[in-house]
Design a protein around this ligand. Structure first.
Ligand SMILES: CC(C)(COP(=O)(O)OP(=O)(O)OC[C@H]1O[C@@H](n2cnc3c(N)ncnc32)[C@H](O)[C@@H]1OP(=O)(O)O)[C@@H](O)C(=O)NCCC(=O)NCCS
Length: 173
């Protein structure tokens, strides 16, 4: 049997987020801020910022959580890619899985639900902006049909080095 099919998979349910998920989402997000180059800042999100950020997503129905055995094991959100109204049919996604739960299919379950919701909402294109060395996120997006648009060298910095941004695109309609 192909070893890929022997991997452990998490029993995951993806559901719309609600305000009670805020602290779990904030903890996952802040862990990524502190330990990775997935988010290009070293400033953690405060509880007030986390609540405001999630409230904006809840209002437009663009936040989802992965429930594994009653615990929030990851989240996915989408929001405007750029602010000017000419970009209104394009959204950008973010997917984060709790440390220690990577590689179990949770990110795939979240991205699957997010794409379905963005399509249902009538959006045209989803963009992913990914740090160029983030192999798991690039693979995850490839698996759902996102195509590489290009990589912009050295547009970010964190942990004392330049970061390259890989842009990927999925057409929904
Ligand atoms: C990127 C992330 C969301 C992927 O979620 P995940 O639950 O770990 O991924 P899955 O188990 O659903 O796997 C999805 C695909 O990525 C692949 N993958 C997972 N980890 C990988 C790694 N370290 N290197 C290469 N591919 C990897 C899997 O093999 C799978 O592809 P396949 O089905 O073709 O085998 C998760 O690793 C994460 O939260 N990382 C930290 C935050 C982050 O980088 N978020 C994205 C910001 S753009």
């Amino acid at each position: 049997m192909n070893p890929i099919y022997e991997r452990e998979r998490a029993m995951v349910t993806v559901r719309p987020a609600h305000s009670g998920d805020m602290e779990a989402i904030r903890a996952i997000r802040n862990h990524a801020i502190e330990h990775s180059t997935a988010l290009w800042t070293q400033t953690p999100q405060s509880p007030a910022e986390g609540a405001a950020w999630l409230a904006a997503h809840l209002e437009r129905g663009s936040a989802f959580v992965a429930d594994v055995a009653g615990e929030v094991a990851g989240f996915a959100v989408y929001g405007p890619w750029r602010e000017l109204d000419g970009y209104r049919h394009t959204v950008e996604d973010s997917v984060y899985v709790r440390e220690g739960r990577h590689g179990l299919g949770i990110g795939a379950a979240l991205l699957d639900a997010l794409i379905a919701a963005a399509r249902e909402a009538g959006h045209h294109v989803v963009i992913a902006g990914i740090e160029a060395e983030n192999a798991s996120s690039i693979r995850l997006h490839e698996r759902f049909g996102f195509q590489h648009v290009g990589t912009i060298p050295e547009v970010g910095t964190k942990f004392g080095r330049w970061l390259d941004l890989t842009l990927m695109r999925l057409a929904l309609t």
